[in-house]
Design a protein around this ligand. Structure first.
Ligand code: GDP
Ligand code: ADP
Length: 207
């Protein structure tokens, strides 16, 4: 009997401004075996962003239609906009044996954990709240009141750290990327071991 292994779902999450996007982009330059799931959002496109690359940009109505039709694996309202993960791409890639990588905020990660407890959940943490504030301000994409909203959300999100399998501190981008790569490698080794034990049991039971 042929034993086909499913892919692993990796979820990178953490507060806004911690560097999730930066770390994910640097990781994808080094690791081409992971499939990135592009999210859908109702927030306006920022300069330099592209439809289908950074996000799928949709109206509130179109997004709500996706929710009603159960076409999102998870979704969250974050600082006044919707963000969500299209279900079909993720399920199809995992079924084909490909590893899928999500980069999402904390409420969404907790929903994915409820539906996919076998996923691997990584919390990207700032070295300090002070440094988090510096990063949000220096990125220059938010007004002062939005910076405060994001920092307040961050404090609540940091309290959720215990629900994750791993915590990676984003002190330096290259360190954080190496740590995420080490997690990916180690999860592969674990799954390989489990698969080879499973194969042995199948062989014994069929002989
Ligand atoms: N739940 C959920 N959060 C998402 C998704 N895509 C992006 N996010 C998160 O939504 C938050 C806001 O994203 P964005 O407006 O692009 O700002 P930035 O990531 O802080 O530059 C970030 O924490 C993202 O990681 C998604 O599909 N689902
Ligand atoms: N390790 C790091 N050290 C210093 N600045 C960083 C680091 N990681 C990310 N940044 C900067 O912090 C800001 C927020 O990063 P970003 O990737 O947009 O965060 P997120 O996707 O979590 O909201 C950006 O200006 C980015 O260049």
């Amino acid at each position: 009997m042929l034993f086909k292994q499913k892919g692993i779902l990796f979820v990178l999450s953490g507060p806004s401004g911690v560097g999730k996007g930066t770390v994910r982009k640097a990781l994808f330059k080094k690791d081409t075996s992971l499939k990135y799931s592009t999210s859908m959002t109702t927030r306006p496109m920022r300069p330099g962003e592209q439809e289908g690359v950074d996000y799928f940009y949709r109206s509130k109505e179109a997004f709500e239609h996706m929710i009603e039709n159960n076409q999102l694996l998870e979704h969250a309202e974050y600082v006044g906009n919707y963000y969500g993960t299209p279900r079909e791409y993720v399920e199809q890639q995992l079924e084909e044996g490909n590893d899928v990588f999500l980069e999402i905020e904390v409420q969404g990660a907790l929903q994915v954990k409820a539906n996919f407890p076998e996923g691997v959940f990584i919390f990207l943490s700032p070295p300090s709240l002070e440094e988090l504030k510096n990063r949000i301000v220096s990125r220059g994409t938010e007004t002062e009141s939005l910076v405060m909203n994001r920092l307040n959300a961050a404090k609540e999100e940091i309290d959720m750290m215990d629900a994750y399998d791993y915590v990676v501190v984003n002190d330096r981008v290259d360190h954080a990327v190496e740590n995420v790569q080490a997690i990916v490698k180690s999860e592969h080794c674990k799954r390989e071991r489990v698969a080879s034990e499973y194969k042995k049991i199948l062989e014994v039971s069929q002989s």
